[in-house]
Write a protein that binds this ligand. Structure first.
Ligand code: 5AD
Length: 356
């Protein structure tokens, strides 16, 4: 088991992570385990401030379909989930969401769904193209799962410029404990490399405290991200979802998630790191704590109120108040209350000044 380093060596480890962006596997594990993480947070916040000042970028999240062909054991919208009303938004619904978001000051739209093959590539391209035509100053981000390379290329050609696909876990054995045999880490990685190669700004990430996860698994996640060098990294605590095989598993730890956000900020200085909905769902202060640990993106929900509770990845998923785009004013106040500022900006990743 991982020994707690003494306070002095822990400080030295944090300083070295700050200066060099890397430390040993054993040190990474000790940092994940920190209970008193003020110094780690301070280092991460200093780094974020250096590159992004006080700016917090906001993305309007449109969860346009909760149909999914997959059966990930952790997910509340898996194909086998019973008693869930399924919905699909059409092109005009999605465009309306974007128009509303635009008025609110959002300049990035994230289109997310389960893996729903009823939306053909042609339909998706039309949707992307029409959003870009109406709002050429906005970025379109897709988060619609594993697809053939040709589909990714078609969406890119239609105007999508960013893609979110969490790798979920970079350890093959752990991957097999979270997913049915029909899914593979190999294909997931293939998708990520294809997306990068095509020219997308790519986001990946993982859940913290997913069932059976070890500290070594988390080290592998960080090492995989170092290989991939994504522009965006989304992490959040696992939260059990009723009706799934993991309904009775414990939720991931808030503190460990915050430690990992700070570590990501130090390892991937320029990355766009959201303070995720799951963080906001596990604790009322979670979203703000995420910013105070080094995150710099928020993704308020822009889906129509009538379907918002149906995108139930896990139980008690926050979707009201500051979590919704219509509550953007509340969000802005909360954010300025802790010394940051929500900006109207596409919020592209900043180019690295120099290789370090
Ligand atoms: N708890 C937390 N996060 C979850 N996700 C899916 N199910 C859960 C859950 N039960 C995350 C996955 C997925 C993202 C859209 O939501 O990491 O990539």
């Amino acid at each position: 088991m991982n020994e707690l380093l003494s306070l002095r060596s822990m400080k030295a480890t944090i300083d070295r992570l700050f200066l060099t962006g890397d430390v040993s596997n054993e040190e990474l594990k000790a940092l994940m385990d920190l209970r008193y993480n003020e110094r780690l947070k301070e280092a991460a916040v200093a780094r974020r401030k250096e590159h992004y000042g006080n700016a917090i970028y906001v993305r309007g999240l449109i969860e346009f379909s909760n149909h999914c062909r997959n059966n990930c054991f952790y997910c509340g919208i898996r194909a086998a989930q019973k008693g869930l009303r399924r919905y699909q938004l059409g092109q005009s619904d999605i465009l309306n969401c974007c128009n509303e978001g635009y008025k609110l000051g959002l300049r990035t739209f994230v289109l997310q769904s389960g893996e729903d093959n009823e939306y053909s590539d042609e339909t998706l391209c039309n949707i992307i193209y029409s959003i870009k035509s109406s709002h050429p100053d906005c970025a379109v981000t897709l988060s619609i799962g594993e697809k053939p390379r040709a589909s990714y290329q078609a969406y890119f050609n239609a105007g999508a410029e960013r893609y979110l696909l969490r790798h979920e876990t970079a350890s093959p054995g752990h991957y097999a404990l979270l997913h049915p045999a029909s899914m593979s880490l190999e294909n997931r990685k293939r998708c990520l490399w294809d997306l990068k190669d095509i020219g997308y700004q790519v986001g990946s990430g993982f859940m913290v405290g997913s069932p059976f996860q070890t500290l070594d698994n988390l080290v592998s996640d960080l090492r995989f991200l170092q290989e991939l060098q994504p522009d965006m990294i989304g992490i959040g605590p696992f939260i059990p979802a009723r009706g799934t095989p993991f309904a009775h598993m414990p939720a991931g730890s808030l503190t460990r998630t915050l430690n990992l956000i700070s570590m990501l900020r130090l390892m991937f200085q320029y990355s766009l790191i959201p303070s995720t909905t799951s963080l906001g769902s596990i604790s009322p202060q979670g979203r703000l704590l995420g910013l105070e640990a080094g995150a710099n993106v928020l993704m308020p929900n822009l889906s129509p109120a009538s379907v918002r509770t149906l995108y139930s990845l896990y139980d008690h998923k926050a979707s009201l108040g500051a979590e919704s785009a219509s509550g953007l004013d509340i969000l802005k106040k909360e954010v300025s209350g802790i010394g940051y500022e929500v900006v109207v900006d596409r919020g592209d990743v900043k180019p690295q000044k120099e290789a370090n």
